[in-house]
Each structure stands twice: as structure tokens, then as C-alpha cells.
Design a protein around this ligand. Structure first.
Ligand code: ADP
Ligand code: MG
Length: 752
């Protein structure tokens, strides 16, 4: 379709942003709105609020300061004035002229100078004057104006999008095809598609502003529902299809039960029994299992998986367990070997990781291929090394949020064989409703109970100044024959871009220390979308004045070993060690030959040393909640009382405060997950890209949970029985749309 304003060059830029069709453009909704019907006047502003203001330019100048170019503009309205300041903003020189009308949006800060307020790094838009064309004036002045995330520099910023989208809607008028059945829209009281698009972009006069900002207008609800409905419908279908596929019907009989009893080291919890029951029921069924086993850290997922693997092995099939790291794979391998020593059948277990030498790998691949290995434990290498199993019956994937590769298990069975069952384990405590909706193609089992004999972990926050006390405490625990972890956000040096930190990016950290004036340093940087037409350079460059003062694992290992922890056996573990070294360290720690393990977040996932009772996290303010929770889960795994000490530097951002307080307040992973979701938003929470989860165009899972539920219900209803009120043509359109949407947007989730 030809779109006015989009030539080949622009089309190229748009494609880079994932916008390939006119429809994509239409679903690129404003991320906020400006109420230019009734602009706020300067004298009614209050310090601390975020406001949008329209005023006249009184003066502007580029100042060369010691710390770089600083652009200052004065806005006026009658007798009131306000200053706007941009750092590193030489590019703004010559942009403003006295008398222009400008809309700015930002946080209102008190000002010490003669002006009443100031804004630091506000977004701005120079409003069209009398000489501008009528269309521009129509779209930008005296109305609720949409503000868009830029689709490419200042060229494809808000102003451009307004025009193009407005024209697109005009062209489409009356011709935008509906994709949901009329009866459904009526039942749910949602507007038709065209109306929804029009009103989400160009809200009608009088639309409640708060509803707009919250994406809660009927127009928004309709578009969000639509997106979620097609996600849910696709998941529903996949689940149904999976149930029709040919899998393996494992048998469970007394012989199998005995094989499990032989090796089980303890009484399973009620939750473990229930989960295993659900898993085994799936395994007995002829369709392939696709099940998610969710349980907080320490809830005992491993043993449940091992029992399921025994069922497969007793049936003459091979089982594979895939872990996200070599350390974990090795740990699982050692644990499984120890456990299965008690088995009278002595199954053969092999380890397959990337760091094994080529001969060993080839040898192990051979064992697997000839069916001489019954249990295979490994990392990604299982997939990458093109391992072909003789008779693969069950695949267990540990900590799946680090993967996105379920579909590749198809490649691991021999052609013509039945599909293996798949069990995915995750410690990410996704709220149940969300898990059900998001992994709608997986069935869900939850371990909602910890094994007995655990004492709650005492969590404390302390500032750096009390480090001496902390180290003294660690020494005391070691005297009691306990072990401790001390975790740092970076491996070495002060750069905080180590992969170890990938989950904890808090935009507030980035600009922290940015400016000498502490009041300024607190200025929240703009959220991702807002930077576009503003100060790209200031955000992208590492700030030259930032002095990070970050402690690192390598340095602190040295300092602690020779200082406060002298005389203790202090080990060091981080992601840059090679796999062998890591394994050696980890084993020594497990055997109690290391008292204190200084580490980065490589120990975050799954490492199990019950004798470790202290977890010290330095720079705790820099870690994400999920990460802190995972780290804390490394202790409190035995009967002894355990401690989690969160050390912080002098300055903690408000978001950091919230996270740390939550950690002290509760140990409930689900509660923390809810909060994390609210604080960070779902994209970061789930690590969308890594998990292969869909990215949404309009929906936001943290915000739109209710609509997600609704969409799930409606999808099930639609897939189950044809409603008389829905015509054949309408149904056909839904299916066509589903196919298109699924292929384009959710192609990645293929779990089959
Ligand atoms: P996670 O769910 O985090 O993977 P693990 O499977 O590593 O948890 O189990 C945590 C610890 O609890 C392990 O030391 C394990 O041996 C122990 N454990 C698991 N189930 C039980 C149980 N039913 N009774 C006692 N200890 C258990
Ligand atoms: Mg685990």
C-alpha cells in the first residue's frame, strides 16, 4: 500500500524499527499525549511534578562550561519565566528564536535563579506558527496531541508520524478491515478497529486525559485486547494440536516405582508429589508432554525432574537434562551420579558441555547415539554439537528463561521416532495468571512449598561504612564451620557493562553521578522512548564525569583475602574463568574446602551448597529484584540459620530503595515478582528476547493483566465452539488474521 510521506529511504529506516507495513505504523501508538486544549500556565506549576507546558521563547544560548557545552533556554508566559537546560547540547544552537511558541515536557524543578522553575533535559517541540500549513496546525495546536517514540532520528519523530498516520487514517476511512467478530465486540463493549485506531492516535476532544495516559480508553482497550486475543488464540491452538500429536505413552508400574524409591533421598513434599503426579500423568498419555515446572529457588525442582527421568529410563528411553551454564550442568551431573549410585540398575550418565575436549565429546556423542548412555546432562552443547539420540524419551530444560530453543529438540530425535516429552523448569516466579496466559501452550505445575527444615533467611541492609562488622560476621560464621558468598556486580575494573549485570539495568544508575549537583543527579533520565528528538548524544555517550567507584570481584577477592578475611580460605568465581577452573572452584566450595566464595552473578542460578549460610551482596542497589532473590536463594538451603546482607554505597536511587526494602520485607518469590514486574515492566522482567517471548505492539503485561485474562477466555471460547452469532466469513477472517499475526509476531515462540 502506498503511504504518503514514505519513500524508499524512509521505508528503509522504518524497516529497521520493525515497521514494514501500513498496519505496523498504525499500531505504533503514541506513548503519551499532550493536552494542548488547555495548556498549563507557568504560575500553577508545582516543583516535583512532571508537566507539559506551552510558552514563548524569551532567549536561548549555548554556554561553554568546564564540563562541556550546556544549552539554556528561557521560556516566558506573561511575567512568569522558566529555564530549560540541556547538557551536551551544542546541537541545539540556533534552533530556538525569541517569540516562538514551544511545548516542553519534563520534571519541574525549583530554581535558585530569578526564574521560578527549571526543567532539566525536557522534551520539546517547537509549535507551528501562523505560517505553517493548516494540517500541521490542525494536528498540533489546540487539541490532545499524540507524542510518539521516534522511528528514526529527528526526521521520523512525532511531527512526521502525526502527519503520516493522520493521512493513512483518512485514506482508510471506512475501509479498515475488522478482524474480530461483531458479536464479540458487542459483548465486550469494545469499539471497532478503525474507530479504535483513530481515537488512540487522535483522541476526540474531551477524552479523559488520565484514561489516555493509562492506555485505558475504549480505543486502547480494544487494540490491546485484539493483540492479546490473537496471542492467546494461537497458544490455545498450539496446545490443542500438541495433544493430537504422537508422543510416547510411558508405563508406570511397580517396577518403575521401585526404581524411584531406591534412589529417593528424602520424603518429597506434598507439592513435589503433586507436581510429579501431574508430570507422570502427562508422560503416560500418548500425546507429547509440554509442561512447565515452576518453583521458587530451593523448592526442590531437581529431584522432581530426576524422578521423571527415571520413569523414562525405566521404560527403556533416554533422558536428557539441559542446564543454562556449565557449572549447573556439572552440578546436576554430579548430583545425579551420586543419587543413581544407589540404583540397582546402574544407568550410565554422561556429561556433555562445550568445554569438554573434542575426543571426549566425540566419545560421549557415540555413547548417546548408540543408546549406551541412559541419562545425558549438558548445556547448549547438547543442541550445538548435533547430538543424535538413540531413543530420546524425555527432555528436561532447567531455567528456561535463559533459552529460547525448545523447538530445536525436534532435531534431536531420530527421524520417524515419536516426539520426546519436554519438561521445562523455571525459578522465575511468574505470577500464575501470567504464566498460564503466556505459556498457554505449556501446562503448568507449581511447587508452592519449600522442603521442611528450612529456617527463614534473615535479610539486612547495611551501608558500606559498616563493612568491618560484616566481615567480622562472616568470620564468625566460618568459625561455626559455615560458608559464605560475597557477590559483586562486576568482574574487574569499574566498567559496569559486564554481561553479569544484564538483568539489572536500572536507567537510574546510568545517570547517577552524572552531574556534580546532587539535585541534578537525581533527575530521572527519560524512559527509552523519550530520548529521540532530544539529546541523543548526551544519553549515548558514557558520561565522562561519572566516577563509578564500583568494587569488583577480582579486586575485592584480593583485598578481602589479605585484609579483613585473612586466614580464611577465600575463592574467586566469575564468568571469565574457563569452564574447568569454574568447576574446580565450585567443587572445592561444595566440599567445604573454600570458606568464602567471592563471585559475580555466575552463581545466581541453581548452585546448591546447603552449608553456605551467608550471602553478602555488595552494591546491592545495582542488582535487579529477581536477581537479588535468586542470589538470596543460594543460602537457607540447609537447616542452619542463614543470612543475606545487602550492602549499599552512599547513594541509592528511589527504585533501588524500593527493591532493597522489598527484599528485607519478604522472602516470597511471587510477591517479589509482582513488584518487580510493576517496577521494571514485563519486557525486562522476562528478558523478552532471551526467553523468546513475544514482544507486544500495544499491550503491556504489567498493566494489562485483566485484558490478558479476558483474551484468554475469549480465545478458548472461540476455539471451542462456533457461535451462531459469528458468521463464517468472520471466523475465516479471524483465522486468516491469526496466521498472519502469529507468523509475524510470535514466530519465535514455536515450542512444538
Ligand atoms: P531448586 O528448585 O531451586 O532447583 P533444588 O532442587 O536445588 O531446588 O533443591 C534445593 C535443596 O533442597 C537441595 O539441597 C535438595 O536436595 C533439597 N530438597 C529437595 N527436596 C527435598 C525434600 N523433599 N526434603 C528435603 N530436602 C529436599
Ligand atoms: Mg534448580
Amino acid at each position: 500500500m502506498y503511504v504518503r510521506g514514505v519513500g524508499p529511504r524512509v521505508a528503509e529506516m522504518l524497516r529497521a524499527k520493525g515497521i514494514e507495513t501500513a498496519e505496523d505504523l498504525l499500531y505504533h501508538l503514541p506513548f503519551r499525549y499532550e493536552d494542548r486544549q488547555n495548556p498549563r500556565s507557568l504560575d500553577e506549576l508545582k516543583a516535583g511534578e512532571t508537566a507539559s507546558v506551552i510558552a514563548e521563547v524569551r532567549g536561548a544560548a549555548l554556554l561553554r562550561t568546564r564540563r562541556g557545552p550546556l544549552f539554556e533556554m528561557t521560556l516566558g508566559q506573561g511575567r512568569c519565566v522558566m529555564k530549560c537546560i540541556w547538557f551536551h547540547a551544542a546541537y541545539l544552537e540556533g534552533k530556538f528564536h525569541a517569540g516562538q511558541s514551544v511545548a516542553v515536557y519534563g520534571k519541574v524543578e525549583p530554581s535558585r535563579s530569578s526564574s521560578h522553575f527549571k526543567m532539566i533535559q525536557p522534551q520539546f517541540e517547537i509549535l507551528p506558527d501562523e505560517s505553517a500549513d493548516a494540517e500541521t496546525r490542525l494536528l498540533e495546536v489546540g487539541r490532545i496531541t499524540p507524542v510518539y517514540e521516534s522511528l528514526g532520528g529527528s526526521r521520523l519523530a512525532s511531527r512526521w508520524q502525526r502527519k503520516v498516520i493522520f493521512n493513512l487514517l483518512e485514506t482508510l476511512r471506512g475501509a479498515a478491515p475488522e478482524c474480530l467478530p461483531q458479536a464479540m465486540l458487542e459483548r465486550l463493549d469494545l469499539p471497532d478497529r478503525e474507530t479504535a485506531l483513530r481515537e488512540a492516535h487522535f483522541p476526540r476532544e474531551g477524552t479523559p486525559f488520565a484514561e489516555l495516559q493509562a492506555a485505558a480508553t475504549p480505543a486502547h482497550r480494544r487494540l490491546i485486547f485484539e493483540e492479546l486475543f490473537f496471542l492467546e488464540l494461537g497458544l490455545e491452538l498450539k496446545r490443542r494440536r500438541m495433544k493430537e500429536r504422537a508422543g510416547i505413552a510411558f508405563a508406570t508400574n511397580e517396577k518403575v516405582r521401585e526404581a524411584i524409591r531406591e534412589v529417593l533421598p528424602f520424603h518429597p513434599t506434598a507439592a513435589q508429589k503433586r507436581a510429579l503426579g501431574e508430570i507422570v500423568a502427562d508422560m503416560r498419555a500418548p500425546a507429547p508432554m509440554r509442561r512447565l515446572l515452576q518453583g521458587d529457588v530451593g523448592s526442590g525442582k531437581t529431584i522432581v525432574a530426576l524422578q521423571a527421568m527415571l520413569v523414562a529410563m525405566e521404560n527403556g528411553y533416554q533422558a536428557a537434562l539441559m542446564a543454562p551454564t556449565e557449572i549447573l550442568a556439572t552440578q546436576h551431573f554430579l548430583a545425579a551420579r551420586k543419587l543413581l549410585e544407589r540404583s540397582s540398575r546402574k544407568p550410565r550418565i554422561v556429561l556433555l558441555t562445550g568445554s569438554l575436549d573434542e575426543d571426549r565429546k566425540r566419545w560421549n556423542r557415540g555413547l548417546i547415539n548408540r543408546g549406551e548412555a541412559q541419562l545425558v546432562i549438558g548445556t547448549h552443547a547438547l543442541i550445538e554439537e548435533k547430538v543424535e539420540f538413540d531413543r530420546l524419551g524425555l527432555v528436561v530444560v532447567d531455567e528456561q528463561h535463559r533459552f529460547g530453543v525448545l523447538q530445536r529438540f525436534k532435531l534431536m530425535k531420530k527421524p520417524g521416532q515419536a516426539e520426546p516429552d519436554v519438561l521445562v523448569m523455571t525459578a522465575t516466579p511468574i505470577p500464575r495468571t501470567l504464566a498460564l496466559s503466556l505459556y498457554g501452550d505449556l501446562d503448568l505445575s507449581v511447587l508452592d512449598e519449600l522442603p521442611p527444615g528450612r529456617t527463614p533467611i534473615v535479610t539486612r541492609r547495611v551501608t558500606d561504612e559498616r563493612a568491618d562488622e560484616v566481615w567480622e560476621f562472616v568470620r564468625k560464621q566460618v568459625r561455626l564451620r559455615r560458608q559464605a558468598y560475597v557477590v559483586y556486580p562486576v568482574i574487574e575494573g569499574t566498567k559496569d557493562d559486564q554481561p553479569e549485570l544484564d538483568f539489572s539495568r536500572d536507567p537510574e544508575n546510568e545517570l547517577e553521578n552524572a552531574f556534580e549537583d546532587p539535585a541534578r543527579a537525581k533527575t530521572k533520565p527519560k524512559s527509552k522512548g523519550e530520548s529521540a528528538e532530544l539529546f541523543p548524544r548526551a544519553r549515548q555517550e558514557a558520561n565522562p564525569w561519572a566516577k563509578s567507584g564500583l568494587k569488583s570481584a577480582v579486586e575485592m577477592h584480593e583485598k578481602l583475602r589479605t585484609g579483613p578475611l585473612a586466614g580464611l580460605r577465600v575463592g574467586l568465581l566469575h564468568g571469565r574463568l574457563d569452564a574447568d577452573e569454574k568447576e574446580v572452584i565450585m567443587r572445592r566450595f561444595q566440599r567445604g574446602e573454600i570458606d568464602v566464595l567471592v563471585a559475580t552473578t555466575v552463581i545466581e542460578v541453581g548452585v546448591d551448597v546447603p552449608n553456605a549460610t551467608v550471602m553478602v551482596v555488595e552494591h546491592a542497589e545495582r542488582f535487579g529484584l529477581a536477581q537479588l532473590h535468586q542470589l538470596r536463594g543460594r543460602v537457607g538451603r540447609g537447616a542452619a540459620k542463614s543470612f543475606c546482607i545487602l550492602m549499599t554505597g552512599a547513594r541509592v536511587s528511589p527504585l533501588g530503595e524500593e527493591r532493597l526494602n522489598a527484599m528485607v520485607r519478604t522472602q516470597d518469590g511471587f510477591e517479589l515478582a509482582e513488584l518487580d514486574l510493576a517496577l521494571r515492566g514485563p519486557g525486562e522482567f522476562f528478558g523478552t528476547r532471551q526467553a523468546g517471548l513475544p514482544e507486544f505492539r500495544v499491550a503491556n503485561l504489567a498493566r494489562d493483566r485483566q485484558l490478558l485474562e479476558l483474551a484468554k477466555q475469549e480465545a478458548a471460547r472461540f476455539a471451542t465452539r462456533p457461535e451462531p452469532a459469528v458468521s463464517e466469513a468472520e471466523r475465516a477472517r479471524v483465522w486468516a488474521r491469526l496466521k498472519e499475526a502469529w507468523q509475524r509476531r510470535y514466530g519465535l515462540v514455536e515450542a512444538g
